[in-house]
Design a protein around this ligand. Structure first.
Ligand SMILES: Cc1cc2nc3c(=O)[nH]c(=O)nc-3n(C[C@H](O)[C@H](O)[C@H](O)COP(=O)(O)O)c2cc1C
Length: 290
């Protein structure tokens, strides 16, 4: 493959996919490829112009939402221009290794239709940012495995190796149904977001919301109907003042911030072993393949 310039487009609600996008970019840069990271919200919000012609190889990354990709990511794919056989790889982050196929086929279909030839797909398991707080030693371990998986992925991508995730019929049907439910459910989640009395109107949520769904009116924070269910506003609020009236089970009570764990040298990534039983047993296979 004759590659000089690499463009990596990604969406990340709470930092996992951004971290993985950065790992890919670092690896490519170390191999002397000019590599640019582009958050898709900056294109959708017109902070950056969309240019595809500058790149010989493209990467697209997203978090898995309900077996699929969030609406904002599909909105971005819809905006992409048609191209002629662009070499393309994808990566997705999910809270569970079970999400191996699923969304990949929908994203692949969207990209292939426009001439982006997806030849390499990567599932990188990261901590869940909804419902369940993973143990810190599991968070650290998932990050350490992510570094190794990205290293292998980068090598294969540069060699032009084909690696497409397998899909079963039930997964395709399930993904399609979950995707529809999630796209509609996201605006409901946004509709029922509320702020408590500890909100001091600092405006951080307004500034950080990827869909510009948050505003202030009559001295109160207002949530519109463009929520993409990314959880960013809930976890970045310095006062922990944002919650959901009816769907608060999705919110991790302790909050979510992966950087705190990665940067803490005292935390050891030793949660999963070959002896692991129970819910996390199936993580071992994912963790031992790189
Ligand atoms: C609305 C929503 C739905 C999710 N659905 C799934 C899912 O179906 N399977 C899964 O493994 N993880 C799921 N997750 C967890 C995220 O995919 C995972 O934590 C991801 O790494 C978050 O990436 P980000 O920090 O870049 O947003 C979901 C997260 C959200 C917010």
């Amino acid at each position: 493959m004759n590659i000089q310039n690499i463009g990596i487009f990604y969406f990340s609600g709470t930092g996992n996919t951004k971290l993985v996008a950065n790992l890919f970019a670092d690896k490519f840069k170390r191999k002397e490829f000019s590599t640019k990271l582009i958050p898709i919200e900056d294109i959708l919000n017109k902070k950056l112009a969309l240019s595809i012609d500058d790149y010989d190889l493209l990467g697209f990354g997203h978090p898995v939402h309900a077996f699929s990709a969030p609406k904002i990511f599909f909105d971005f794919l819809d905006r992409l221009p048609n191209v002629d056989d662009k070499k393309t790889f994808t990566f997705k982050t999910a809270g569970d290794p079970l999400c191996s196929g699923g969304s990949t086929s929908l994203v692949r279909k969207h990209l292939n239709k426009k001439g982006y030839k997806v030849f390499h797909e990567n599932l990188i398991v990261m901590p869940a940012n909804v419902m369940l707080k993973y143990d810190d030693s599991l968070i650290k371990q998932l990050y350490e495995v992510a570094v190794k998986k990205v290293k292998r992925g980068t090598k294969e991508i540069l060699l032009g190796k084909v690696n497409l995730q397998k899909n079963s019929l039930w997964l395709k049907i399930g993904t399609y149904m979950f995707n529809k439910a999630e796209s509609n459910g996201a605006s409901y989640f946004g509709k029922y977001l509320i702020t408590t009395d500890s909100c001091n109107l600092c405006g951080k949520c307004i500034k950080e919301c990827p869909t510009r769904n948050i505003s202030v009116s009559n001295g109160k924070i207002i949530f519109g109907n463009k929520c993409t269910f990314c959880m960013r506003c809930v976890y970045i609020c310095p006062e922990k003042a944002i919650s959901n009236k009816y769907m608060n089970l999705f919110v991790i009570k302790e909050g979510y911030n992966i950087q705190n764990v990665i940067n803490d040298p005292e935390i050891k990534g030793n949660f999963i072993t070959h002896k692991t039983k129970g819910f996390f047993k199936h993580f071992y296979k994912y963790m031992s393949e790189y």
